[in-house]
Design a protein around this ligand. Sequence first.
Ligand SMILES: Cc1cc2nc3c(=O)[nH]c(=O)nc-3n(C[C@H](O)[C@H](O)[C@H](O)COP(=O)(O)OP(=O)(O)OC[C@H]3O[C@@H](n4cnc5c(N)ncnc54)[C@H](O)[C@@H]3O)c2cc1C
Length: 282
Amino acid sequence: MSGIPFYAKRWVSGATMPEALSQTALLNSKKISVTLDLLGENITSLEQAKACTDEYVEMLKQIAEKKLSSHVSVKLTMLGLDVNEDVCFENLKSILQEADTHGNRVALDMEGTPYTERTMRIYEAAAQQFKSPEIVLQAYLHRTASDVERVLKANGRLRLCKGAYKESAEHALQKMPDIVSNYKTLATKLLREANRVCLASHDDSIINYCKQEIKTAAVPKERYEFQMLYGMRAKTWEAIANEGHNMAVYLPYGEHWQAYYSRRLAERKENIFFVLKNLFRD
Ligand SMILES: Cc1cc2nc3c(=O)[nH]c(=O)nc-3n(C[C@H](O)[C@H](O)[C@H](O)COP(=O)(O)OP(=O)(O)OC[C@H]3O[C@@H](n4cnc5c(N)ncnc54)[C@H](O)[C@@H]3O)c2cc1C
């Protein structure tokens, strides 16, 4: 039985790995790939961090065994970054080793600014030893243009998103038109220079802009992927896949859904209306 409350089920695929894997198979049948995410962050015990690491290793085995089209996304604070950076890196290495064995990919989700530089450093070190790591960069941060240069020097594999954490003007652009404009500038460069860029957004102006850039620069299909979150714009996933683009859905699962769910409510007022409407349904 899923332990996810009905109002969060739109964004969380289930409480357990088998539930998430069966959703993955369903999406794959519609030509949609997945990035699987075990929910949980800011873990305070190394035992918990090890248990999460083991679950990711098992996830990668299951993806390979079941021949699913899915990579994985992981937050470094789930692997113990708040407790011990060296242990966190060792945990990450176990996951990357398993992913490399299967020719799979591991995206390091980007968290708030207290973690940006450490996440970048760990990614850079990991990219020297493994094929599988990808980093996430956030278009709202002032530092991102220079982080793009670092990623291009490392392995050139990343996801670009707007950024989901509340950040001050010291660190981040505050106005949505400025964030969108920076996203487009960065996407233009990455579509030409990155080994693989995942374009994570539900925003039509960004998606249409990127489609045009892909056409203009004749970007080969293996060098880019559109990505959206589970629960948001399902018809658009299929439309993008049917146009012949790589399309992946970020599919979270697990009991620790609260922080992720709160970010989804904070970023779009329509998501709050959706929850309220369902709270008062017959
Ligand atoms: C795959 C993926 C991975 C992510 N990983 C990270 C990460 O590691 N770190 C991080 O900080 N953030 C991450 N994010 C979140 C991201 O930073 C944004 O907070 C989030 O995607 C909202 O920005 P947006 O561009 O998607 O659209 P928004 O800014 O929420 O919306 C912009 C416009 O998009 C359209 N739109 C949006 N949703 C809908 C809808 N449901 N139906 C119709 N139209 C809609 C509307 O026109 C809306 O005005 C990720 C997002 C995705 C998709």
